[in-house]
Design a protein around this ligand. Structure first.
Ligand SMILES: [Zn+2]
Length: 501
């Protein structure tokens, strides 16, 4: 079997695919890079279908047995660091094609943690795609989603991630993890979420915790549930349990991102329920998410509109900065909605993949629940993860904010955000919503922005013990007043003649 890689841009792919197959060859597509291979005697035929300028000089060319080709999906660069002796015949960062025997592949796959996964390479498949999505009208300021997106605050993200990396480790069963989990619980409770903590069993009899915050939707009748997740734990593989594991990118970035998204949602009303979950035990084998999914009954599973998982959203590994949306066939519509939100609210370039791997979206997908991972593009360029070097200086808040803006737009549209809508029932009679002008919606989203910033500042001061009891009380009162105002429960004459205004 001979192999080589060619650059084929998306609009030309369909005809290239046809020509490869007609020439008796096979292809595996990684965005614009197409790994192509065929039996030796058909190779010159196949090769002549491409111009020499299409050959991707950065990827190797050579000869290999078809049964020796294995697809590796790795977290960071974990596979290559652990097995430097394995020949890589195609390197696309998170995805590799390597030369292995069946026995070796099976042996390497046998491990408790989830740093990489090896499977035989299937021919004629797309490993990841690069969708081209046009900006839509949702991007216009004044559109309800834009208000939520504008409420995503970089300062809030920075303050949260700085706090999370201040623990020596967030190893799942450590006392530091418990302290970090408790801090997150307080932050969510302080924002008015209904919070709960679930114990997570780990191998060897140890335990960790999931932290859950809920914001019920305001829709009448049966409501759906949008679940936002990130793992809170960190690990230092080589250093052992007592070694520093700041886990700034993996995954203080996702956990701080989750709290930042939650803060952005606080002052808005959503038709559907929102559930924010921070998982423990991810690095030991997705234990927190597996147990969370396992405990959901069928009704709760059916109610889930989608799961948005964030794992490593802070390191810029490629130019232009990119995000990978990773899911499964059942997650296609979520992936499309996220790609749309990325086009509407960010300058990120987007890759999509239907090979779910090694993070908390996987147990949901295995249970038939649509879930998507949002992760920095080219995460394999980040060699620091799972070491003491995964520190804050490797995280770009500006980049994380782009992913969070994409995610906020997605949450807003999927959960059905409403701007300036009073509750359908107030004081025992129906209240008609006053019409909301575009200017009013703008003003409201600007106000929401400033109030959120203010509240985040108070939250920070409170956390650091710098608020007097009275200041704390004043803050809670003004927050409640603002929430009422933004929820529309304060009486405003609407002139509709309903008699209740
Ligand atoms: Zn992670």
């Amino acid at each position: 079997m001979k192999y080589s890689s060619f650059v084929v841009f998306k609009p030309d792919f369909e005809s290239a695919r046809q020509r490869i197959e007609d020439a008796g060859g096979w292809w595996v597509r990684f965005g614009d890079d197409v790994l192509t291979y065929s039996a030796n005697d058909r190779w010159s035929n196949l090769e002549s279908e491409f111009s020499s300028s299409q050959r991707n000089a950065r990827q190797p060319t050579g000869t290999i047995g078809k049964a020796e080709m294995y697809l590796v999906v790795q977290k960071g660069r974990t596979f290559q660091l652990e097995h430097p002796d394995v020949e890589v015949i195609f390197d696309k960062g998170r995805y590799l094609v390597v030369r292995l025997t069946k026995a070796k592949a099976r042996k390497m796959n046998k491990r408790e943690d989830v740093c990489f996964h090896i499977e035989p390479l299937s021919e004629n498949m797309t490993v990841f795609d690069t969708p081209y999505t046009q900006r839509s009208s949702a991007a216009a300021s004044g559109a309800p989603q834009a208000g939520v997106v504008a409420s995503v605050q970089q300062a809030v993200f920075v303050s949260h991630i700085e706090h999370l990396v201040s623990y020596t480790t967030r190893l799942s069963a450590s006392s530091d993890y418990a302290a970090a989990a408790d801090w997150c619980r307080k932050i969510l409770a302080g924002m008015g979420f209904e919070v709960s903590v679930e114990s997570v069993s780990l191998p060897g009899g140890q335990t960790s915790e999931n932290v859950i915050g809920r914001k019920p939707g305001t829709g009448q009748g049966l409501r759906g549930n949008l679940v936002v997740t990130a793992h809170l734990d960190s690990v230092n593989h080589a250093g052992g349990p007592s070694a520093p594991a700041p886990g700034a990118d993996d995954n203080a970035s996702g956990a701080a991102g989750l709290l930042t998204l939650a803060a952005a949602c606080v002052t808005f009303r959503f038709e559907h329920d929102l559930t924010f979950v921070l998982f423990g035990g991810e690095e030991q084998g997705l234990h927190g998410s597996q147990q969370y999914v396992g405990a959901l009954d069928q009704v709760a599973r059916d109610n889930i509109l989608g799961v948005l998982n964030m794992d490593m959203i802070g390191s810029v590994n490629s130019e232009p900065p990119s995000v990978l949306l990773e899911g499964h066939a059942i997650s296609q519509s979520l992936i499309a909605a996220l790609a749309q939100s990325a086009a509407d609210f960010t300058t990120l370039s987007v890759q999509t993949s239907l090979n779910p791997f090694a993070s908390d979206h996987v147990p949901f997908i295995n249970a038939g629940i649509p879930a998507v991972l949002t992760i920095e593009g080219a995460d394999s360029a980040n060699e620091a993860i799972h070491t003491a070097n995964d520190t804050l200086d490797r995280v770009s808040p500006e980049f994380a904010l782009q992913i969070l803006r994409m995610n906020a737009g997605f949450v807003a549209s999927l959960a059905g955000v409403s701007v300036g809508m009073p509750p359908a029932d107030y004081g025992g009679h129906a209240v008609h919503a006053p019409p909301v002008s575009v200017e009013a919606a703008h003003m409201k989203s600007d106000l929401a922005f400033h109030f959120n910033a203010l509240f985040a500042q108070y939250a920070r001061l409170g956390r650091d013990g710098l608020l007097s009891q009275q200041d704390y009380g004043n803050w809670q009162v003004s927050r409640a007043a603002y929430d009422d105002l933004s929820a529309g429960t304060v009486k405003v004459g609407c002139g509709c003649g309903c008699g209740g205004c």
